[in-house]
Design a protein around this ligand. Structure first.
Ligand SMILES: Cc1cc2nc3c(=O)[nH]c(=O)nc-3n(C[C@H](O)[C@H](O)[C@H](O)COP(=O)(O)O)c2cc1C
Ligand SMILES: [Mn+2]
Length: 502
C-alpha cells in the first residue's frame, strides 16, 4: 500500500472503507452544502461526494480530511506521528558506520532523491482544454460558504507560482473569490510565499491552480515550508513517489498531471480588488481588504472532473486535521533548532496561531523564556499569540493537565511574559493589523536557582501500593474498568470530563 495516487484512487479507497457517502439529491452550493457538511464534520461523519450540485455538471467532494482516521488514510500511515517519523529519519541522519548502516543510509538518501517531481508529456488533467472565452469558472460548483460571504470562493486550491528571481516553485493554498467567469481575487496574506513571488515581479506573474490532486499533494499545498523549499518535494517524499507534472497550456508552469482541474492565468502587479467579507477559519468574517486579481487564460480538466472543496469557519471544521497534520509533521524539523522541545500542541480551538503549548526539558533558569522566543522566531509559528510552556513530563495534548499546571505553577506577576511582534494577517483582536501583543506563560517548575522557594514535590502513590491494589482488585468487588483508570480520568470517561469542564 501507498498513499492514493490521485483523487479518484482516494475516493475509491474512502468508499471501500465506508468513509464516503455519495449524495444524489440535488443540493445548492450556496449555503446548503455548508450546513450539511458542518453537521457531518461535527459528528465525525464521512467524506461527501455531492453528485448533483445546482448549476453545475461537476460533482463536489468535501470533508475528505474531516477525521484523524481519514487524515492518516491519506498518508497511508497508522498515525500522524508515523508520518513525522519518516522525516525524523532523514533529518537526523548520521554518517553511517558499517555496511548495513551504509545501505540503510543510501535507501534514505534515495527516498529524498526520488521526491523530486518528474515531468510527463501527456496527462489526465488536460483531457479537456478550454481556452479564451470557453474557459469559465461558471462551469464549477463553487461554494458560497457563509451568509455574509461576498461571493462564491474556491477554497481548496493548490496555487503554483515561481519566484521571478530564482525560478523556485511555490505551492500554497490560498482561497480565490470568484469575481466573474474569468477572474478571481488571490488571497495571498502578507507572510506567505505566493505573495513574495508576486511582489518580486515588476510586471505580471503567471499562476496555475491545481484543483483535486491526490490528498498528500493537496495537504502539501497547506504546509508552511521555508520559501526556498518546493512543496511538491515534500509531497513526493511523503507519497514515496514523485509528483508527476505536465506543462500547462498557456503559462510556463508545470502542473500536477493527476489534478482534476487546472486553472491557468496571470496576475498583474498592482491590480487589486476588494476581497471579502469571508467567513474565515478564525470563526469571524474577515472584512474586505485589497488583494491581487487573478485572470483566467485557460482551464484544463479531466473528462468527468470532480471539484474539491472545504469549508472553514468557527473551529472545529474540516481544516482542523490539515492543521494537526502540519503540527505533527513539522515537529522533527522544529526539534532540529529547539532540541530541548519535547512536544507541542496547537489547539484547534485556538485556530492554530492563537495558542501553542510546548513541553521542554528544562535545564537552566529562563529556559522556558528561551523557548518562547525561539518559537516566536520560527517560520509561521512566529505569529503565535500565546505560548504555554510546561515541563517534559506534562502531556501537552491533555488540556486538563495543562490548565492544572498553569494554575498550580504560575505566579502571574513573575511567570507571564508580555511582549510584542508580528501577528496573523487575519487576527482581528490587535489594535492595529499584523502587529501586537504576545503572551508567554511559564508553567514549569521553578526553584531557588530562579529565585523562588523550593518547589514542593508532586503527589505520587508508591509503586508497591499500586501493585498491591492491582493484585487485590478482584477481592474488593469494585468493577474492573474502574481499576483501569489507575487514578487518572480516562479519555473515554466522557460524562465525568464534561462535568469537570463546567
Ligand atoms: C483550507 C485552507 C485555506 C487557506 N486559505 C488561505 C488563504 O486564503 N490565504 C493564505 O494566505 N493562506 C491560506 N491558508 C494557509 C496557507 O495555505 C499556508 O500558510 C501555506 O503554508 C501557504 O503556503 P506558503 O507557505 O508557500 O505561502 C489556508 C490553509 C488551508 C488549510
Ligand atoms: Mn512555500
Amino acid at each position: 500500500m501507498a498513499p492514493p495516487r490521485d483523487l479518484r484512487e482516494w475516493i475509491d479507497l474512502l468508499e471501500r472503507e465506508g468513509e464516503l457517502v455519495r449524495v444524489e439529491a440535488e443540493v445548492d452550493p450556496e449555503l446548503e452544502i455548508t450546513e450539511i457538511n458542518d453537521r457531518t464534520v461535527k459528528a465525525g461523519g464521512p467524506a461527501l461526494l455531492f453528485e448533483h450540485v445546482k448549476g453545475s455538471e461537476l460533482p463536489l467532494l468535501i470533508n475528505q480530511f474531516g477525521t484523524e482516521h481519514r487524515m492518516c488514510m491519506a498518508f497511508d500511515a497508522p498515525s500522524l506521528d508515523d508520518v513525522a517519523a519518516k522525516l525524523t529519519d532523514v533529518l537526523e541522519m548520521q554518517p553511517p558506520q558499517g555496511l548495513i548502516e551504509k545501505v540503510r543510509g543510501l535507501q534514505k538518501l534515495k527516498s529524498v532523491a526520488d521526491s523530486r517531481p518528474k515531468t510527463v508529456r501527456s496527462a489526465p488533467c488536460q483531457e479537456v482544454v478550454l481556452e479564451g472565452s470557453s474557459a469559465s469558472l461558471d462551469l464549477l460548483p463553487i461554494q458560497k460558504c457563509w451568509p455574509d460571504d461576498a461571493a462564491p470562493f474556491i477554497t481548496l486550491p493548490a496555487v503554483i507560482t515561481h519566484d521571478p528571481r530564482t525560478g523556485t516553485r511555490n505551492v500554497g493554498m490560498y482561497r480565490m473569490q470568484k469575481l466573474g467567469p474569468r477572474a478571481t481575487a488571490m488571497h495571498w496574506q502578507i507572510h506567505k510565499d505566493g505573495r513574495a513571488d508576486y511582489l518580486a515581479t515588476d510586471g505580471r506573474i503567471e499562476v496555475a491552480v491545481a484543483l483535486g490532486t491526490d490528498p498528500v499533494t493537496t495537504y502539501s499545498a497547506s504546509a508552511p515550508l521555508p520559501k526556498h523549499i518546493d512543496e511538491l518535494m515534500l509531497a513526493g517524499f511523503l507519497r514515496g513517489e514523485p509528483v508527476e507534472l505536465v506543462r500547462a497550456k498557456t503559462v510556463g508552469i508545470d502542473v500536477p498531471a493527476n489534478a482534476e482541474i487546472v486553472l491557468e492565468g496571470y496576475i498583474q502587479k498592482h491590480e487589486v480588488t476588494d476581497e471579502g467579507p469571508f467567513g474565515d477559519h478564525t470563526g469571524y468574517y474577515t472584512p474586505p481588504e485589497p488583494f491581487p486579481v487573478f485572470h483566467l487564460t485557460a482551464m484544463t480538466m479531466r473528462r468527468d472532473a470532480i471539484y474539491p472543496s472545504i469549508v472553514v469557519g468557527k473551529p472545529p471544521q474540516e481544516d482542523a486535521w490539515l492543521g494537526k497534520a502540519t503540527e505533527r509533521i513539522f515537529l522533527p524539523a522544529i526539534k532540529m533548532t529547539v532540541p530541548e522541545l519535547v512536544d507541542y500542541d496547537l489547539p484547534v480551538a485556538g485556530a492554530f496561531h492563537n495558542c501553542c503549548i510546548v513541553s521542554i526539558r528544562k535545564a537552566f533558569p529562563g529556559h522556558a523564556q528561551k523557548v518562547m522566543h525561539a518559537i516566536w522566531g520560527l517560520g509561521m509559528l512566529s505569529l503565535t499569540k500565546a505560548i504555554v510552556v510546561v515541563d517534559e513530563w506534562v502531556d501537552v495534548h491533555d488540556y486538563e493537565e495543562v490548565l492544572f499546571r498553569v494554575g498550580a505553577n504560575v505566579d502571574p506577576q513573575r511567570d507571564v511574559l508580555i511582549t510584542e511582534g508580528p501577528l496573523d494577517h487575519l487576527d482581528h483582536a490587535p489594535t492595529r493589523q499584523f502587529y501586537g501583543g504576545k503572551m508567554g506563560i511559564d508553567a514549569t517548575h521553578k526553584g531557588p536557582e530562579e529565585g523562588t522557594r523550593e518547589w514542593p514535590p508532586e503527589i505520587e502513590m508508591t509503586p508497591e501500593v499500586k501493585a498491591l491494589v492491582d493484585r487485590r482488585w478482584g477481592e474488593y468487588g469494585i468493577p474492573l474498568d474502574v481499576a483501569a483508570g489507575n487514578g487518572r480520568i480516562r479519555q473515554s470517561s466522557r460524562p465525568l470530563r464534561r462535568l469537570l469542564r463546567r
